[in-house]
Write a protein that binds this ligand. Structure first.
Ligand code: SF4
Ligand code: SF4
Ligand code: SF4
Length: 587
């Protein structure tokens, strides 16, 4: 139990645990202090200065985010001096920011305008100092004229993903936030997870916008436009229409997609069931024939790129199974034409994802052509709003058959530990030859960054691990390399909480919001009549009519992928820019 200290905030006495910051103490006292560079649980801040407060006896104003409380401290958060200082600091910060509010790509609510309102700033009177920069366009777009150098992206990339793609380059007025040597992001080891995008308070970092291209396809009478949406989308899209976090939106989402003009509405959850039967089959083969273990899940393209870039020696550990999006894409482009008698070249397949890395995944050689466009949850919400569709007033509708039916196992794919649990439900039954009624593998659930569990059922003993965030994944990989961890199966999702915390999700995503989105998916699973992927009747139908057996030659051709080593960080800096570009183009 921590010692309590007696402090005063704005003249009122409080007992607070020793060692916490003024910011934390004010939060506990219900007093809001504006922050910009501070990111709860990621970085303590100390850079921007917007959180300054007066402390009795201190010569200068103190930064609330990094100053610890002490016995007898008297803190004032709303004096004329504090108000003036915050306005000046914020004005200087905004001098670097090119305000183009009406056309800004930043989703509402805009934090920059919110802070201005909170501190009472109505006009920026300092001379605007932003410099025009060339825009960096790829999966993640960078617009440096909007950057206020708060460093949230730098800290996110380093502390959550352990990658350090973005750095503070240069000093003073000449400093900028960019990849080293201002390289385009596509020429760096960035895994396109979009975690920096969801934390950037300005429109300096945004995802590639594909909405116009999808709208064009929807208006083309010669196209048959098919859409499918990912497991985690249904647990979050409601937030962008004013519903509380954790509200499941499925029927209304399907109805909105039909209103937008999509010819078929399918579900990536079907692809998740397909991934599980192929992945469980692969795991069993690897165990039986003593092939490379531990096997790593391969559903998360950011994680796959991370292994290719940083741990190429472990590429054989990656499951060769494509992700649910990619498997469904292959089935839709290769089986739907036969099933519906539509020419393949008429089909346009659009997916709705919680993820920015999925926009990168569809450019991989094994997948290219199977999915035409990926929209994030934010992009879809924007399209629904532009079309004037009142999502909440729509009557529920159901996804189309056969690729709209799914099991409870597929429903939990969007949350960390979900892919592992779904795979275990199938693998354990296939390995033991028995049917089990208790399907909940609780030890693999939760939000702890690394979870290790032992499965001990009948004669079967399996040791598995789950990690979310690439920083945590790195820790697990190092342990495996150093023979400190002996497991057979590893699940990694790059984003905090898994896809429910993906880079394409509504902003903000707090820990509380993550917990609610996760609960929604576990509830969906619990309420499903079929809770194992191999029991989905339409998966059985696909194998009977089209694929043959699990792991068949046809299944391998369509549903499995190859991975390759990408140039690593050191290689990049030993080469000229032209050489790097040539190298990148090779992949
Ligand atoms: S997208 Fe992910 S890997 Fe790339 S810079 Fe942002 S946080 Fe880092
Ligand atoms: S790109 Fe965004 S998050 Fe990064 S420093 Fe600039 S404003 Fe901050
Ligand atoms: S965890 Fe999910 S949302 Fe995040 S990068 Fe991976 S697939 Fe995308």
């Amino acid at each position: 139990m921590k010692k309590l200290v007696d402090i005063k905030i704005n003249g009122k006495s409080y007992l607070m645990p020793e060692g916490i910051t003024i910011l934390e103490a004010c939060k506990r006292a219900g007093i809001h202090i504006p922050t910009l560079c501070y990111l709860e649980g990621i970085t303590e801040g100390g850079h921007c200065g917007i959180c300054v407060v007066e402390v009795k006896g201190a010569r200068n104003l103190q930064r609330a985010c990094i100053t610890k409380i002490k016995e007898g401290m008297e803190i004032y958060t709303d004096t004329p001096l504090v108000r003036k200082a915050r306005k000046t600091i914020y004005e200087l910060t905004l001098a670097n920011h090119k305000s183009t509010c009406p056309a800004c790509q930043k989703e509402e609510p805009c934090e920059i305008r919110k802070i201005a309102k909170n501190i009472g700033l109505s006009e920026v009177e300092v001379e605007l100092l932003f410099k025009e920069h060339e825009k960096d366009r790829s999966i993640i777009n960078r617009d440096q004229t909007k950057c206020i150098e708060c460093r949230r992206c730098v800290n996110t990339c380093e502390k959550i993903q352990g990658i350090n793609t973005l750095i503070v380059d240069g000093k003073g007025f000449n400093s900028r936030i960019s990849p080293p040597y201002n390289l385009p992001l596509k020429n760096t080891p960035c895994v396109f997870c979009g975690q920096c995008v969801v934390r950037c308070p300005t429109g300096a970092l945004t995802e590639k916008d594909d909405t116009e291209k999808v709208l064009d396809a929807l208006q083309d009478p010669n196209k048959y436009v098919v859409v499918s949406f990912a497991p985690a989308v249904r647990a979050s899209i409601g937030e962008l229409f004013g519903l509380p976090p954790g509200t499941l939106v499925i029927g209304k989402l399907v109805a909105a997609l039909r209103k937008l003009g999509f010819d078929k509405v399918f579900d990536v959850n079907y692809g998740a069931d397909l991934t599980i039967v192929e992945e469980a089959n692969e795991l069993i083969e690897r165990i039986k024939f003593r092939k490379t273990l531990p096997m790593f899940t391969s559903c998360c393209p950011a994680w796959v790129k991370f292994v290719e870039e940083f741990y190429p020696e472990m590429i054989p550990n990656l499951s060769t199974c494509k992700s649910p999006q990619a498997m469904l894409g292959a089935v839709i482009k290769n089986f739907l034409p036969e099933l519906e008698n539509i020419p393949k070249d008429k089909i346009v397949h659009v997916t709705i994802m919680p993820c920015t890395a999925k926009k990168y995944e569809i450019l991989r050689p094994d997948i290219m052509g199977d999915i035409d466009y990926v929209l994030t949850v934010r992009e879809l919400a924007k399209m629904i709003k532009i079309a004037g569709i009142d999502l909440l007033s729509l009557e529920d509708e159901e996804e189309d058959i056969p690729f709209g039916e799914y099991s409870g196992a597929a429903a939990i794919f969007g949350v960390t530990g979900g892919v592992m649990e779904a795979a275990l439900r199938t693998a354990v039954e296939w390995l033991t030859g028995e049917t089990f009624s208790n399907l909940d593998f609780v030890p693999v659930r939760g939000m702890k960054n690394i979870r290790i569990a032992e499965i001990d059922i009948k004669d079967l003993k399996l040791k598995v691990a789950v990690a979310h965030t690439l920083k945590a994944a790195q820790e697990v990989l190092e342990k495996i390399k150093n023979k400190e961890l002996d497991i057979q199966f590893l699940e990694v999702m790059a984003c905090p909480g898994g896809c429910i915390g993906g880079g394409g999700q509504p902003i903000p995503t707090t820990e509380e919001i993550l917990r609610k989105r996760a609960e929604a998916l576990y509830t969906l699973d619990k309420n499903k009549e079929i809770r194992k992927s191999h029991e989905n009747p339409f998966i059985k139908f696909l194998y009977e009519k089209f694929l043959g057996n699990y792991g068949s030659e046809k299944a391998h051709k369509l549903l499995h992928a190859k991975y390759s080593h990408k140039p690593n960080w050191d290689d990049i800096f030993n080469k000229s820019y032209e050489e790097i570009c040539k190298e990148v183009l090779k992949y």
